[in-house]
Design a protein around this ligand. Structure first.
Ligand SMILES: [Zn+2]
Length: 412
């Protein structure tokens, strides 16, 4: 399932109702600052490294926080960055690149260019400011501000295009989403829950013991925290593997609260139940012979949209589903709708979202489709349709705060 594609979308929807998205700045060393934004259930962490050569950034936050992020960077007094290192391609790590135009040299994993243009990303239309100028397949050492910055490809766990960025003189490493503040991690379609432990062990072997660990999301830690984190992953993997071996389903393991006692790792956006699901999916996949992936449905749907509009694109998508042989997912139309909504293409986004809530009326994220639909209708000035969509969201998920707030706002 394209679940983690949705997580930033789910989270990005929430701060709309917060007072102000603010960037918290923490000085880690005299020349290295941690810039964090609060996304509700988690923070997202960037680094700013300053000195005689200028400014270097590691990750730039989501597009929704770009203005605040740009202002916080400007306050550091070193102008625009010379380099931006992208720890992986997810939207909340690259959206602020837009603040600085196409001039900074962007460094990313060698799979990132394709990730930003292929599959569902064809609906994002990323500009040159996020496209990498230099890619890393293995490792790269950058000398900047008198520092030896060691950049190592660490793809394969959260997703397949992550970089570790080690400021060797500062004693600080950014580990991307290989760690999620030492909580249960999340796994995208192109990741593998079984790869966290081996990759963290590889990172530990490359890092000095006293390094400060910054993760893509949530709090900092130590190499001791990293070691405990891998032990948690090993232990929970054993529990889920044993459950599967005795024929228990994911639902049964969740129902029985298989990971009772591991609540301290639930301090971010992945729950015990979701971690069981990620582990079970990975263990089952590892036990199944490699299947041939289906064709990408997004390219033909995108072409239909460009040439004939959103209704034709939805019709094309439904034809592809009916034809079979395509790598389709219940979330596809929601993913496209949310991408277009974030590009302010509301008259098209509502068409995809309407199709999603029609075709996937009972899907577990249908409530979120209705909610995005409500926001789209609101933007288009159709208050009645927005109210109806809000009510549908609340019928599907009665305690969904953002829909309650939007409904109140619409009825004012
Ligand atoms: Zn990510």
């Amino acid at each position: 399932m394209r679940l983690t594609l949705l997580i930033p979308i789910l989270a990005a929807a929430l701060p709309v109702f917060a007072d102000e998205p603010t960037v918290r700045v923490e000085q880690l060393t005299p020349t290295l600052h941690l810039l964090s934004t609060d996304q509700g259930s988690y923070t997202t962490n960037s680094l700013a490294f300053t000195g005689g050569d200028g400014l270097l950034l590691v990750d730039t936050q989501a597009a929704a926080d770009a203005d605040d992020f740009g202002a916080a960077v400007a306050k550091l007094g070193h102008g625009d960055p010379e380099y931006i290192i992208t720890t992986h391609r997810h939207v909340e790590h690259i959206g602020g690149n837009a603040c600085f135009g196409a001039d900074p040299v962007v460094i990313a994993h060698h799979l990132v260019p394709a990730k930003l243009t292929d599959g569902p990303a064809v609906f994002d239309a990323w500009g040159p400011e996020v496209m990498p100028d230099i890619t890393v397949a293995d490792s790269l050492t950058l000398f900047f501000n008198g520092e030896r910055i060691r950049i190592v490809a660490m793809g394969g766990s959260h997703d397949d295009n992550e970089l570790m960025v080690h400021f060797t003189g500062q004693g600080v490493v950014h580990l991307s989403s290989l760690v999620n503040g030492f909580n249960f991690p999340s796994v995208d379609d192109d990741g593998d829950a079984l790869m966290f432990a081996p990759l963290v062990r590889r990172a530990l072997a490359l890092l000095p013991a006293d390094v400060t660990v910054v993760s893509g999301h949530n709090g900092n830690g130590t190499t001791g925290d990293l070691a405990r984190y891998t032990e948690m992953i090993d232990a929970t993997r054993e529990l889920v593997a044993a459950g599967l071996a005795t024929g228990r389903s994911v639902a049964e393991m969740q129902e029985a609260d298989l990971l009772a006692g591991w609540e301290e790792y639930e301090q971010s956006y992945v729950s015990k139940a979701e971690w069981i699901e990620y582990l079970a999916e990975a263990l089952e996949k590892a036990a199944t012979p490699e299947s041939t992936p289906g064709d990408d449905p997004f390219a033909p749907v995108h072409a239909a949209w460009q040439n004939h509009g959103a209704d034709a694109a939805v019709a094309r998508y439904r034809d592809l589903v009916a034809a079979g042989g395509y790598d389709v997912d219940p979330l596809d139309l929601l993913v496209i709708g949310s991408k277009l909504e974030s590009r302010n293409l509301f008259s098209d986004s509502v068409v995809y979202l309407m199709a999603y809530v029609t075709d996937q009326a009972d899907h577990k994220y249908a409530y979120f489709g209705h909610y995005l639909l409500a926001k789209g209708h609101q933007e288009l000035g159709d208050r009645d349709a927005a109210v109806r969509a809000c009510r549908a969201a609340l019928a599907a998920q009665p305690d969904f705060g953002p829909a309650e707030a939007l409904l109140e706002n619409l009825e004012d």
